[in-house]
Structures are given as C-alpha cells and as structure tokens.
Design a protein. Structure first.
Length: 458
C-alpha cells in the first residue's frame, strides 16, 4: 500500500499538470476566433490600413451634368484631396485681403512635426504664403498645410471647422474635415460628387489663382519638388488639380481638363496604384469628352437664328452683387416672349441695384459671354469679378443674365451687352488674358433678358 501510495502521489501531480495544460490550450483555441475577429475589425476601420473603396465621377463643367459616376455619394477618406479645400480657403483669404502672397507665416512646433510628405520646415522659422501654397500644390506638404491653417485660424482644428462650414456652403453636404492636410482621421470624409463640386469651385471662383495648380515644379531651399499630378503635360488639356493617398483611401485624384470650350472635372477615389489611377482617369475623361461632343449646343429657344455655345463654368454659391461704374440708357421694353425664357427677380445689394429687369431686343448690339451657371447668384458673381479685372473696359455696359432650360433644368448665361463688334472682341481678348472664359455673341441671335445695373443710394 505504501508503494502504491507513493506511486499515486508521484502520478497525481503529473496528471494535474497535464489537465491544466489541456485547459489552457482549450482556452486559447476558444479565444483565437475572437482575436481574429477583433483584428479584422481593426483592419477594416483603421484609417491607416490598405482597405479602400472605389468611387469615380466625371462632370461637365458647363452645366454640372454628371457624365459618369460610380459610388458618387459613398463617404470615403479624401487623403490629400483635403488640401484642395485648404487652398480654396487660402485663395478666398487672398481675394479678400486677409492674406498676401508675400506675407510670411510662422512655423509652429505642430506644423514642423507633421508626418511626411513635407517640406521639412523648422519650428520658429517662417515661410511665405506663396511658398506654402506651392508646397501644397507640388509636394503635397503636410507641414505647409498646417502653417496655412494656423495662419487663418486660432488652431488647425478651428480651421478644419471653417473648412467644413465652407464645404457645406458650396453644397458639399456629405463632407467633413478634421485637419488641413488629409492625414488619417476616421471622421474626415468626403465623396466623389462633393470633390467634383470643390474642384469646379476652385477653378471658377478663383480664376486669378487657379493657374497655380498647373505648377509642375517648385524650387525651395535648394530642393526641387515635382508635382504629383502626372496628368499635367501627359493628358491633352489637363491643367490641375490634386492627388491624394493614404492606405485607407488608396490613390485619389481630382483632375480638370479643358478642350476648346469644354471643361470636365474628373474624380477618382481608391485607385490601386498611382499609375492605374491615372490610366483610369484618362479613360474616363476621354469618354466624357466623346460624350459631351455629341451633346447639342445650348440655344435660346425664341427667336433663334443659330446656336450659341455657352462658356465653360460650374455652379457655386455666391453673394456679391454686380458692380458697374457707369450705366447705359435704360433698355427698351418689349413684350415678354413665351416660356421657357422667364423673368429673374433679384434684390438690391451693396452698391448696385439689379432689381430693374427688362426684355430687350437690340438690333445692332454685340455681347460678350463669360459663362453659364445653374445659379443666378453665381452668374452675378462672375460678372462682378470680370468687371473688377477689366480695367474699365466693361464700364457703361448692361449686365445681361439669361435664363434657359436644358433637360428640364435652368441655367443662366452671364453676359455684358452694348458693344460694337470690334469692342466686343477686344473686351473678350482682355478678359481671356485674365483667365476668364469668354466669347463674343453676335446681335439678333436671341431675345435678351437684361438687368440694368444702377448705383443704389445705400
């Protein structure tokens, strides 16, 4: 019995150890699926992973018509497409005098500490607004983005809130920003449709600055930074806008291309590589131009002598009234033609009263047209910008905004009336040099619905 007891005492601990090991192995087996599930969730929802979704859209910038789309309203990570809004805010500040191109901005510790890609700015140094912009456009520099953000708001977070507010004002309802650069943040989201709106807004709201987006190379502190947008000089008509990449988004691109009087905006989210993304964008733009070539030109329905092409522009909100230094004689009233041409009523704002509306049928007056828009406020804004930059050439000419219908949707032609042929062509040439799309409209092509711009007492 003693021997048996000793044997059992030796074996029992061994048996107990074996049981514990088996239990541990069983527990690990049960935990493994849970750990794998948690890992999968982390991979799927972390904004620094290789998970990406595809979305694309091509828009005709004349009318805002979408020529192609796939998942256009899916919320995805914009990556450095975010910098398009940072540039939009910067251009707006330049336009309104809150910034100057040669103004130096301080580099904070936060800006200097941003992750690559960046210019390598050092804490305590300065950089000009222009160089910071060029760093964004070419190198997609995250440190420069933070410098601009902090130059326009108390903090980058505050600037991001302003970015989101501006996005919503432009109609980008599914977009939210959390930083100025596009570095990973799970709450920073946008859509292909919203980015098309933003790209078009940058072009048409700031023609005096948009040409910066075609900058191919930027030299700074002895280093040359090449533009990441490979479509420049490789795709016919390409003149901007911006690339973007984080692992969560894939390779993104907003591109603009203009051929003749046609401009398309293309957007791609989720390209597998930069090369395949660019190839896909090339195909989408080619198809878009082929389709838009087949669309009939817009005409004013009655009376109509021959088609009138409209200039390339896109819809954007605005609130600046047209200002003309002097005013021509009041327009001659004639009977209102049948629909679809309709009266457009506006209110007196600022220094110009555009409430006086008349239908005119000038017999020998030429006009110049700078664009066609789906919002009458945008048409007024663009006319205002043209007048400001024309060095007096447009003073004394009537402001003409025509409303027409295309496929059941209204659009508004922005024109100035009261030229002879020579002056109209000279005025259009003057505007073209200032990067305004412009063409001459011969007399008697249409009935003109005219706002007579008058100085108000306010």
């Amino acid at each position: 019995m003693k021997h048996e007891h000793k044997y059992n005492s030796r074996q029992m601990p061994a048996t107990g150890l074996d049981t514990s090991a088996t239990s541990a192995r069983s527990a690990k087996t049960r935990l493994l699926p849970i750990l794998l599930a948690l890992l999968t969730i982390t991979i799927l929802f972390s904004p620094t992973t290789s998970f990406a979704k595809y979305a694309a859209l091509v828009m005709d910038s004349r009318t805002g018509e979408v020529l192609y789309s796939k998942n256009p309203d899916h919320k995805l990570y914009p990556a450095s497409l975010t910098k398009i809004m940072t540039l939009y805010m910067t251009f707006d500040a330049l336009k309104h005098g809150r910034l100057k191109l040669n103004q130096n901005l301080s580099v904070s510790a936060r800006a200097a500490g941003q992750a690559p890609t960046k210019l390598g700015l050092k804490k305590g140094t300065t950089i000009s607004v222009q160089n910071a912009m060029f760093g964004l456009i070419t190198k997609s520099a995250n440190d420069a983005a933070t410098v601009l953000a902090e130059g326009l708001a108390p903090s980058e977070a505050a600037f991001a809130r302003n970015m989101t507010a501006m996005a919503h004002k432009l109609g980008m309802r599914r977009t939210s920003f959390r930083n100025a650069s596009g570095l990973p943040n799970r709450w920073q989201m946008s859509t292909a449709r919203d980015m098309a709106v933003l790209g078009a807004a940058l072009i048409h709201d700031f023609p005096q600055y948009y040409h910066f987006m075609s900058l191919e190379k930027f030299d700074y502190n002895g280093r040359a930074f090449k533009n990441h947008n490979n479509l420049l000089n490789k795709y016919e008509g390409a003149d901007g806008i911006k690339t973007g990449y984080i692992r969560a988004s894939g390779f993104n691109l907003v591109a603009s291309a203009k051929r003749g009087d046609k401009r398309l905006i293309g957007v791609i989210f989720g390209g597998r590589t930069a090369k395949s993304r660019d190839a896909q964008m090339t195909k989408l733009l080619d198809r878009g131009f082929a389709r838009v070539e087949t669309l009939p030109p817009f005409v004013v329905p009655r009376p109509t002598s021959k088609p009138v092409r409209i200039a390339l522009h896109q819809t954007h909100d605005g609130d600046v009234a047209v200002k003309v230094a002097s005013v021509a004689d009041p327009a001659i009233s004639v009977p209102v033609p049948p629909a679809p041409i309709q009266h457009i009523r506006t209110v007196s704002t600022g220094k110009v009263d555009v409430t006086n509306v008349a239908i005119t049928a000038p017999q020998s007056e030429w006009a110049i047209q700078i664009g066609a828009y789906t919002l009458v406020t945008t048409a007024r804004n663009q006319l205002d910008m043209a007048v400001k930059q024309a060095d007096g050439v447009l003073d004394g000419h009537r402001v003409n905004i025509e409303k027409s219908i295309s496929e059941g949707k209204p659009f508004y032609r922005a024109q100035l009336v009261g030229f002879n042929e020579s002056d109209a062509r000279q005025a259009c040439s003057n505007l073209s040099e200032r990067r305004f799309s412009c063409f001459v409209v011969a007399p008697n092509l249409n009935m003109r619905q005219t706002f007579v711009a008058q100085k108000s007492d306010s």
